[in-house]
Structures are given as structure tokens and as C-alpha cells.
Design a protein around this ligand. Structure first.
Ligand code: ATP
Ligand code: MG
Length: 572
């Protein structure tokens, strides 16, 4: 591609609308333009990156035996009504009506459509297993579209769905997909980690997410290098402390604590660390009553774990201040487990405290020197909290660290959730109709592009991992107006690189060298060649690697060979 033919607009300034670096750099480099909230146009150079990612995904899915198809983006409501998701999917689903007033949605995912295909196409166990996939535009009306491509409303996803007679076959395909995903992210040159995940709403047995590690990631991952444990923080078990609770040392005392509602206020006021205070959260119970969840002041409630507790309403809902006031005669902020009239469940670490402080169930009062078993009954205990750095690894060997990650892939075992509600059955060996088992496997193709930039950039711009770079090489022609010879040599070099099968962008714009160098860095193209008057006279061209900044002069005749070895070696 010749830059003189492309109206590329780049910016030096950071666009006000973009919070994260990937979004900023994609806008500045002219790869992406915003149409409306969560809707983006892929400009010509940006689209090349997306296509390259797509191609790696496609190759590895094909290699793993998956079959590509393409389903409609628009889906009839009836299918969603069959699985009950028309009602439960909520506002993420963009709904619409056609001219006959029939209801449709723009697909946020395709379990219903693929299960409909499967129940029509697959009749016998002999046709199984099958793994279908597509690479297609999804729409999710996200509450907070943000971070550009990371959480868009319209985005490109690879989604695959497999069908099986039995669990062993589902397990085999699930493992094959986990391997294919590892190959995809490795080939794309990304630092990633597979983590055990919360299977959330989709439900089913096993589930793993693939995260690209980056500071800006929305998810927290707990991992331990010593024993290879890695899980979404939501899923990581917090083990009970392995040391016994210290003996009670203080007497319980009521302390006036005017206007101290938060743990930080209380700890500061009493002059004790937050981990000596208890925090009491009141949630709605399944039976219409209330339940108190008690945590150490420095710990956070894990909503997945709390939702799973018997008796707690699902989805989890915090009791309103009005309900708390009405039922406990005290506003939130001063609640504590002593003489509380609702059931108490304490986190293991909270139950291990002695001489702790907590709310006194009266406005502006707290208790200090409180001890379980003496001042209040021994509590029911459970794992209620998010793990924190330094906790023991649940896999048994070492301590947990916490990292931020961007979810770029997700694999699930769905079991018969969809096949049962949609009667997708096959005849088994005994001639009996049985629902198929399903797996589903997603990759955020467009999110990968943003994640790659989050992981690979510097103060000058993007540094593409070689396999997804829009071009492998940028050839800069210095001062085109000045020398017809340089122009002719640049054109000839461009042609020979194209002929050699190298993806090259020729910067033949009539612009200052400084502008061209800055744009080349911003665009992040791995290999840069610069051809100017002086070099040409000496029969050489200047080469510079984007990632390392290493420079060398290459003889004109050796350039193609030099680049072929660089590009083939994937060095950048
Ligand atoms: P998230 O937790 O980030 O909302 P999800 O778990 O709802 O994502 P899945 O249903 O697992 O998403 O979709 C498969 C993949 O699609 C995700 O792993 C992610 O990479 C990508 N994806 C999901 N939502 C978006 C979005 N709004 N914008 C871009 N990519 C997305
Ligand atoms: Mg997911």
C-alpha cells in the first residue's frame, strides 16, 4: 500500500474521549474511528490488523477440526423464548421488530441458533462429535461501553459450539479447544494465562478464561507460580487460616464513635488496624428475611461465593438502608454481629479474630474487645471473601499474587442446558433419543487487537507483535519532491518487496522526515527502512527495528534477503 493514496490522519494529542492507551493509540494512529457509543469503524490500516488476528484464529480452529459456518446476526425471538433467555437476558439484548411486528434480536451470542441447526442436521450419534464455529459481529448493549474495542457494543467474536454423545467426547473437544487457544495466543505473540473461571450465567461444568495480562485489565486474576494455580479472583478459594484463634485478651467495651460509618473511619478513630474490625453486610434472604455476612474490615465480599450460600437470595441483593433500619432499628454503618436478630455467617478469617471491634447496632456506637464464643455465639463460617495477595494458594504450594487481565477467550462446558430445552437429540447406540452435550468456545477477536496494544506500546506509539502488524515493513522515502532518483529507487524497492511477498507500506507522502518517522513509530510497524539521497549514493538503506530501536545500514541489493530472514524469524 502507498501512503500517498491513503488519507491517513494521525494526531499528536491524546484524544479526550479515550481513557486507556490502546484506545488512545488506535485513534491517534488513524486505525479506528468512533461512530457512536461502543460503535467503531475500522479504518483501512486498522482493518488489516483485525484480519490478521482473524486469520490466525481461523487457521488454528481449522487445525483443531472445527468447521466454519456463518449464522445470521439477526435472530428470531421464538428461539430465545424456547430457552427462556428472551426474558432473562435483559437489557444487553438489542431487540427489534420487523414490518410484520415479529420480534427479533441482534445476536449477542449464538447458542440458540446453533442448537436449532444441530437439532435439524444431527440425527445420530454416528455424526458426532461436531464442532462448528463462526467469526462474526455481535451486539451487546453493554451498560458502560468503554475502553474502545475492549468493551464495545458491536464487536467481532469467534464463537464455536461443539456437540457430543457423552461427557468423555465433550472433555476431549474442550481440551482440544484449550490447546488451540494456547496456540492462537502464543502465535499472536501475547503474554497470556488460562484461568479457572466462574461459569456465571451460562452455567455448566468446566469453564476457563484466557487472559492477556495488562495493568488496564478489568479482571483480577489470582495466580501462584509455584504450583501453577490461576483463577479469576471471583473463583479462587480463600483457605481458612491455619493458625488457631488467639485467646481473648480484652474485655468487651462500648465506645462512642460519632459519625464513623466506614471501616477506615472506625479503625482510624479507635487507633486499630482495619483487620481488627469486623464489617457486617446485610443481604436479602431467600425466605424474605435478612442475613448478616461478616468479614474482616480489610477484606472484600465475593459476590459469587455469597450467592452460593444456602438461604441467600439469588441474584445477591444488599438489603436497602430502609429495610435494615426497619428490621434492626439501626442504620447500616453501625451494624455488628453481637445480639443481632438475624442469622450470622462469618468469613473464616473474621471467625479467626479475637479482641475485635464491630458495630454496636446503635447509631454512633461501636464495640471493642469483642470475642466469639464469649460475647456472642460461635458463628457459622464460610468462605465469603475475595482472596488477596499473600493468601496461601488453594492448590497447596506457595502464595497467591494478583494480576490484572483482559479476558480474550472463554471456554465452557454447557452440558445439556440448551439441547434439553430445545430438544436437540440424537439416537444413541441403543436407538434411544438422547439430548446432545454441548461445549462453547468464544474469542474476542476485536478485543485482542486492543489487548495487544495494552501489552505492547511505548511513549512513541504501538509496537505490534509481528504476526498481527498491519504491515511487516514500512519503507520511508525521504524528501520525495527533491530527488527523482530517490523516488525511482523507493518505487523499485517497494516493488521488489511486494514481489517477495512482504507486506510493505510505502511512505511516499510529500511530508517532512520527522512527520514520517513519528507516524511510523505511532503505527507500530515492526521493521522500518529509510531511503534518502545520501544513502542511495552510498548504495545503502537504513534499517531500524521498532521494538529494540536497533539500527543498521543494509546494502540495497541485500534488503529483500535481510528482511525475509527478519520477518520469517518473527524478530521484532
Ligand atoms: P465480559 O466478562 O468481558 O463482559 P463475557 O464473559 O460476557 O465478557 P463471553 O460471553 O465469554 O463474554 O464472550 C466471549 C468473548 O467475547 C469474551 O471472552 C471477550 O473476549 C469478548 N467480548 C465479550 N464482550 C465484549 C465486548 N463488549 N466488547 C469486546 N469484546 C467482548
Ligand atoms: Mg466470558
Amino acid at each position: 500500500m502507498r501512503l500517498s493514496c491513503l488519507p491517513l490522519t494521525t494526531f499528536k494529542e491524546v484524544p479526550a474521549e479515550a481513557e486507556v492507551i490502546s484506545h488512545q493509540l488506535m485513534l491517534r494512529a488513524g486505525l479506528l474511528r468512533r461512530l457512536a457509543s461502543g460503535l467503531f469503524t475500522w479504518m483501512p490500516i486498522g482493518l488489516r490488523v483485525l484480519r490478521k488476528v482473524e486469520q490466525v484464529v481461523r487457521e488454528e480452529m481449522d487445525r483443531a477440526g472445527a468447521l466454519e459456518l456463518l449464522m445470521p446476526a439477526v435472530q428470531p425471538a421464538e428461539l430465545w423464548q424456547e430457552t427462556g433467555r428472551w426474558d432473562v437476558y435483559g437489557n444487553l439484548l438489542l431487540r427489534m421488530r420487523d414490518r410484520h411486528e415479529r420480534e427479533f434480536c441482534f445476536g449477542p451470542t449464538h447458542e440458540e441458533v446453533i442448537t436449532d441447526i444441530a437439532r435439524r442436521e444431527l440425527k445420530s450419534y454416528k455424526q458426532l462429535p461436531v464442532n462448528y464455529y463462526q467469526i462474526q459481529t455481535k451486539f451487546r448493549d453493554e451498560i458502560r461501553p468503554r475502553f474502545g474495542l475492549m468493551r464495545a457494543r458491536e464487536f467481532l467474536m469467534k464463537d464455536a459450539y461443539s456437540f457430543h454423545l457423552d461427557q468423555a467426547s465433550l472433555n476431549a473437544t474442550y481440551e482440544a479447544m484449550a490447546e488451540a487457544y494456547a496456540r492462537i495466543f502464543t502465535r499472536l505473540g501475547l503474554g497470556f494465562r488460562p484461568v479457572e473461571a466462574d461459569s456465571g450465567e451460562i452455567g455448566g461444568a468446566r469453564s476457563q478464561e484466557f487472559h492477556v495480562l495488562a495493568e488496564s485489565g478489568e479482571d483480577a486474576i489470582a495466580y501462584c507460580d509455584a504450583d501453577q494455580f490461576a483463577a479469576n479472583v471471583e473463583m479462587a478459594a480463600a483457605l481458612p487460616p491455619d493458625t488457631p484463634r488467639p485467646a481473648a485478651g480484652a474485655a468487651m467495651e462500648r465506645v462512642s464513635t460519632p459519625d464513623t460509618r466506614s471501616i477506615a473511619d472506625v479503625a482510624g478513630f479507635l487507633g486499630i488496624p482495619a483487620e481488627q474490625c469486623l464489617k457486617t453486610l446485610i443481604v436479602d434472604a431467600e425466605d424474605g428475611g435478612l442475613i448478616a455476612l461478616v468479614l474482616r474490615g480489610d477484606h472484600e465480599l465475593n459476590t459469587v461465593k455469597a450467592t452460593a450460600l444456602p438461604g441467600v437470595s439469588s441474584p445477591l441483593s444488599m438489603a436497602s438502608p430502609e429495610r435494615i433500619q426497619a428490621a434492626l432499628s439501626c442504620p447500616p454503618g453501625f451494624i455488628g454481629p453481637v445480639d443481632l436478630s438475624v442469622p450470622v455467617i462469618a468469613d473464616h478469617s473474621a471467625a479467626a479474630l479475637a479482641d475485635f471491634a464491630c458495630g454496636a447496632n446503635a447509631v454512633d456506637w461501636h464495640l471493642q474487645g469483642v470475642n466469639w464464643g464469649r460475647d456472642l455465639p460461635e458463628p457459622t463460617t464460610a468462605d465469603l471473601r475475595n482472596v488477596v495477595a499473600g493468601d496461601p494458594s488453594p492448590a497447596g504450594d506457595g502464595q497467591l499474587a494478583i494480576a490484572r487481565g483482559i479476558e480474550v477467550g472463554h471456554i465452557f462446558q454447557l452440558g445439556d442446558k440448551y439441547s434439553r430445552s430445545m430438544q436437540a437429540t440424537v439416537l444413541d447406540q441403543a436407538g434411544k433419543d438422547v439430548p446432545m452435550l454441548m461445549g462453547c468456545y468464544g474469542i474476542g477477536v476485536s478485543r485482542i487487537v486492543a489487548a495487544a496494544i495494552e501489552q505492547n506500546h511505548d511513549e512513541h506509539g504501538i509496537i505490534w507483535p509481528e504476526p498481527m502488524a498491519p504491515f511487516q515493513v514500512i519503507l520511508i522515502e525521504l524528501n520525495p519532491k527533491k530527488s527523482a532518483e530517490v523516488t525511482a529507487a523507493a518505487q523499485a524497492m517497494y516493488e521488489s518487496l511486494v514481489t517477495a511477498g512482504i507486506d510493505v507500506l510505502l511512505d511516499d507522502r510529500n511530508a517532512r522526515p520527522g512527520v514520517k518517522f513519528a507516524d511510523a513509530d505511532l503505527l507500530g510497524i515492526p521493521h522500518r527502512l529509510t531511503l534518502g539521497d545520501r544513502g542511495l549514493k552510498a548504495g545503502a538503506i537504513e534499517y531500524r527495528a521498532r521494538r529494540t530501536g536497533n539500527e543498521e545500514n543494509i546494502e540495497l541489493n541485500d534488503v529483500v534477503k535481510f528482511l525475509q530472514t527478519k520477518v520469517l524469524a518473527g524478530a521484532n
